[in-house]
Design a protein around this ligand. Structure first.
Ligand code: 6PG
Length: 248
């Protein structure tokens, strides 16, 4: 199937964007439970989703989401202990997971503290145990985009972008940064729904390049094109400020 062009929705600010994203998560969760038995989503780190996670832990969303049938995974993780300030698990735990009745067995964190390669292999085992299909099919992957066009921990020009078999890979960055583990493109592209959140003027150039210019540089965030799923970008006005009017 040919991937559909991304749907783009623009909101006045991060708060209204986050509220719409929370409604979208609720809608996807409802659809997943109605057609199956559970709702599987993969979360990202970064600063953009903080408001969304906090909203999901608050009324009305926290009372409506089917937490006992929800399984939480991560799109990527840093190779740090789970309560480290840079841990994506720690961030989600602080803003969301510690505040909702999600059964412990439904949290599938990446054990980054074990080191990139071991943690990647262990996460692949976790994914294979959680999904019956050879290629995990998330109901929702929640993604952000860096100013360089990265998403999850898939960075421009990285060999990981060419991976077609593995589900998760180690990402070795220079000494000043933590190594990481990331889901691979095939997993992200196999999602039923992929939702990108981008906010702020610093994202306006990369958003235009990916959404309006056809991603000429094959930037990772622009490569996530679910062939049998839906792609949605939610932007605030600033991130959308370089897009043509029809999107805004
Ligand atoms: C991470 C994320 C990363 C993030 C982008 C955007 O672990 O940091 O997975 O891909 O989504 O870097 O981050 P901001 O939301 O902070 O702009």
């Amino acid at each position: 199937m040919i991937p559909q062009p991304p749907a783009v929705r623009v909101f006045p600010d991060l708060d209204s964007l986050s509220r719409a994203a929370a409604d979208f998560v609720l809608s996807v969760a409802g659809g997943a439970i109605a057609s199956g038995s559970r709702f599987c989503m993969a979360l990202s780190g970064g600063s953009t989703p903080r408001t969304l996670y906090t909203l999901l832990a608050s009324p009305p969303w926290n009372e409506s989401l089917p937490w006992r049938k929800t399984h939480v995974f991560w799109a990527d993780e840093r190779c740090v202990p789970p309560r480290h300030r840079d841990s994506n698990y720690g961030f989600a735990f602080e803003t969301l997971l510690s505040r909702v009745p999600l059964p412990g067995g439904n949290i599938h964190r990446i054990h980054g503290e074990e080191g990139p390669e071991r943690a990647a292999r262990a996460y692949e085992d976790e994914l294979r145990g959680a999904f019956p299909e050879d290629m995990p099919r998330f109901d929702l992957v929640l993604l952000g985009v860096g100013e360089d066009g990265h998403t999850a921990s898939l960075f421009p020009g990285d060999a990981a972008l060419g991976e077609t078999k593995r589900l998760a890979l180690p990402v070795l960055l220079d000494e000043s940064k933590h190594s990481r583990v990331t889901l691979t493109l095939p997993v992200l592209e196999n999602a039923r729904k992929a939702l990108f959140l981008a906010a702020g003027l610093t994202k306006s150039r990369i958003v235009r390049e990916i959404i309006e210019e056809g991603n000429p540089g094959a930037l990772p965030a622009g490569l996530v094109r679910p062939a049998q799923g839906r792609l949605l970008w939610m932007l605030d006005q600033e991130a959308a400020s370089l897009l043509r009017d029809p999107f805004r």
